[in-house]
Design a protein around this ligand. Structure first.
Ligand code: NI
Length: 253
């Protein structure tokens, strides 16, 4: 029933019980998961997990926060090679993050553009991370009209959502839609057509209410689907079904 389009099961936070958690997901109604890499090591780890679990697919890429410490010349040649694995369904996560550190924005822009070119060349969708970088993210995405994907954990305005939808993108929604102060998400969801909405947990982070503050897992998607359904006038089940179909269409699963 559920498709978790963004969950980091390669995270060290699952080291103690990763296989127990992953084995329990089908019984919780989770049919599909995409695990996006954030650097080379986590991209490789996501692929290993995709080989072990039929319902888990991988994405590979360099996330902006990881660039400062460990990025190196030639890193994207490795990603391009990894992307040819049959269970890799996207390039990601990639994007811009001005929240933590703006001292290396030029590198962020360069690596983002290179990965968008790669997605175009390999004909893969992308998983886009945009934190406090809405204007530049939209501007760079516009340079690549042939690239499609999802703005994961979308945090922009309703205006930006409309622009991205016009450009053919999907928007991903996570636990924060269930938080009390979610007026902005409601406005965005109201302008986002149902067929462009994806649901994701971003596990182990961002647990929805009523489990906020605990380690997240894909079984919590029901709370996100329930909240979105409430705003869109759909049942939790129909919301889960439609968003899963959307994910299959985007990632060609
Ligand atoms: Ni993520």
């Amino acid at each position: 029933m559920f498709f978790d389009t963004h969950a980091h099961y390669d995270s060290y936070k699952f080291n103690a019980d990763r296989d127990t958690v992953l084995s329990s997901l089908p019984a919780l109604g989770v049919d599909l998961v995409v695990d996006p890499g954030c650097d080379e090591a986590s991209s490789r780890e996501a692929i290993v997990l995709s080989e072990r679990y039929d319902y888990l697919y991988a994405a590979v890429g360099w996330q902006p926060q990881e660039l400062k410490e460990s990025y190196y010349d030639g890193a994207l040649d490795v990603i391009q090679e990894l992307a040819r694995h049959p269970k890799v369904v996207a390039i990601g996560e990639i994007g811009l993050d001005y929240y933590w550190d703006t001292s290396y924005n030029a590198l962020q822009h360069e690596v983002l553009r290179a990965q968008l070119r790669m997605a175009l060349e390999l004909d893969l969708p992308v998983i886009f991370h945009d934190r406090e970088a809405h204007g530049d993210s939209l501007a760079i995405v516009r340079e690549f009209p042939g690239v499609r994907g999802v703005f994961h954990c979308f945090s922009g305005s309703a205006e930006m959502a409309k622009e991205l939808i016009k450009l053919g993108w999907y928007l991903g929604f996570d636990g924060p839609v269930t938080y009390k102060n979610n007026r902005k998400h409601k406005e965005v969801l109201e302008v986002c057509p149902m067929e462009r909405i994806l649901i994701e947990t971003d596990s182990p982070y961002l647990s929805p209410e009523p489990n906020r503050g605990t380690r997240n897992h894909s079984g919590n998607l029901r709370y996100i689907a329930e909240k979105i359904g409430e705003i869109k006038g759909l049942s939790m089940e129909d919301t889960a079904h439609v968003t899963a179909e959307n994910g299959r269409r985007l990632f060609r699963i």
